[in-house]
Design a protein around this ligand. Structure first.
Ligand SMILES: NC(=O)C1=CN([C@@H]2O[C@H](COP(=O)(O)OP(=O)(O)OC[C@H]3O[C@@H](n4cnc5c(N)ncnc54)[C@H](OP(=O)(O)O)[C@@H]3O)[C@@H](O)[C@H]2O)C=CC1
Ligand SMILES: Cc1cn([C@H]2C[C@H](O)[C@@H](COP(=O)(O)OP(=O)(O)O[C@H]3O[C@@H](C)C(=O)[C@@H](O)[C@H]3O)O2)c(=O)[nH]c1=O
Length: 297
């Protein structure tokens, strides 16, 4: 199998390089034409709409895995054009190019397509109502892919973290080493999901093939708040020696931590469809965190 991986330097892209390798030849692309390790790869910008068809034509993969995205949630409020280009128009054009050549497409989306007013885990067909530009642009990307007719799988995930890249875990470890006290919101609930898990599940799904195109939810089991996640990060980090002492983490409300973009208060995702269809069992968020930090000890 020949796989074209877009966004190979992102958190998920980085892990996909590892998990997809056993499936066949992986052609990695980044915006700079360099992997973070300094190795040359294909240069590709998903916002350059005219370049998409040429890349697909030249590489002619069996599957495209798109891990490239505009993910700056607050900044997106002021950069809607850029967010929509990378998250909506680019994926739409990509999907059309794949559809025309019979190439499968795996794409990632977000819990931020929901408004967070739900009271039970969101299912794939629950109504979407993004609260900000990032979520709107990701939803528009989903819709463009579906409209293209490509054989696709859109994996909606959430609260992605890992030891690599920019994410909440790394922010907490950095800030926790510098400060004695932190304030973290306790009234937004979701499912922290490590990038390695998303990459491993993607490989499992591709091994089995896309029988029924559509959206699937992919997050860890259970739920917590950002405050609960921060507390668990510090428990683990102190236990495994990554931090020598534990900062105090004050539980605050969203109103106490104003941000440019509004986030959903509740964005737990129901993953039963994915698990049943591909015989996948997902770890709970706490053990996934332990496993992630064990890689650092
Ligand atoms: N992070 C999260 O918490 C969540 C992420 N997701 C989704 O999962 C997917 C992977 O996200 P994640 O790995 O966390 O994201 P990252 O922000 O870690 O990585 C995104 C990558 O996309 C690249 N990129 C940005 N714009 C473009 C562009 N125009 N053309 C080509 N590449 C571009 C970036 O490259 P560069 O380094 O050059 O900027 C970066 O390497 C995305 O679809 C995201 O929306 C879903 C839910 C939660
Ligand atoms: C750093 C920090 C954040 N927070 C709050 C702000 C916010 O409400 C919440 C999460 O903060 P962040 O800005 O790190 O996370 P955010 O960028 O909102 O993360 C989102 O990214 C996109 C890409 C997604 O798709 C989502 O699933 C989600 O993971 O924690 C604190 O309360 N205290 C802190 O010290």
């Amino acid at each position: 199998m020949k796989l074209l991986l877009l966004g190979a330097n992102g958190q998920v892209g980085h892990e996909l390089r590892r998990s997809l390798a056993p499936l066949g030849e992986v052609v990695a692309t980044t915006r700079s034409g360099l992997l973070d390790e300094g190795i040359a790869c294909e240069r590709f910008d998903l916002a350059d709409l005219d370049a998409i068809g040429h890349l697909i034509e030249r590489v002619h993969p069996d599957v495209v895995v798109n891990a490239a995205a505009y993910t700056a949630v607050d900044k997106a409020e002021d950069e809607a054009v850029a967010a929509f280009l990378t998250n909506a128009q680019g994926p739409g054009r990509l999907a059309e190019a794949c559809a025309a050549r019979g190439i499968d497409l795996v794409h990632y989306s977000t819990d931020y397509v929901f408004d967070g007013q739900g009271t039970r885990p969101y299912r794939e067909d629950d109504p979407t109502a993004p609260l900000g530009v990032y979520g709107e642009s990701k939803l528009a990307g989903e819709q463009a892919i579906v409209a293209s007719g490509v054989r696709h799988l859109i994996l909606r995930t959430a609260w992605v973290y890992g030891l690599y890249g920019q994410n909440f875990l790394r922010t907490m470890l950095r800030v926790g080493a510098e400060r004695d006290e932190l304030r973290v919101v306790a009234d937004q609930r979701g499912c922290p999901t490590p990038a390695w898990l998303i990459a491993d599940v993607t490989a499992k799904v591709l091994q089995q093939g896309i029988a029924t195109p559509g959206v699937r939810h992919l997050v860890t089991a259970g739920e917590t708040s950002w405050h609960g996640f921060a507390e668990a990060i510090f428990d683990e980090a102190v236990a495994n020696g990554a931090l020598t002492r534990r900062p105090v983490v004050h539980a605050i409300t969203t109103a106490d931590y104003p941000t440019r973009a509004q986030r959903p208060a509740y964005s737990v995702l129901d993953c039963r469809r994915l698990c049943d269809e591909f015989a996948i069992s997902l770890p709970d968020w706490r053990s996934a965190l332990s496993a992630t930090l064990a890689g650092q000890a």
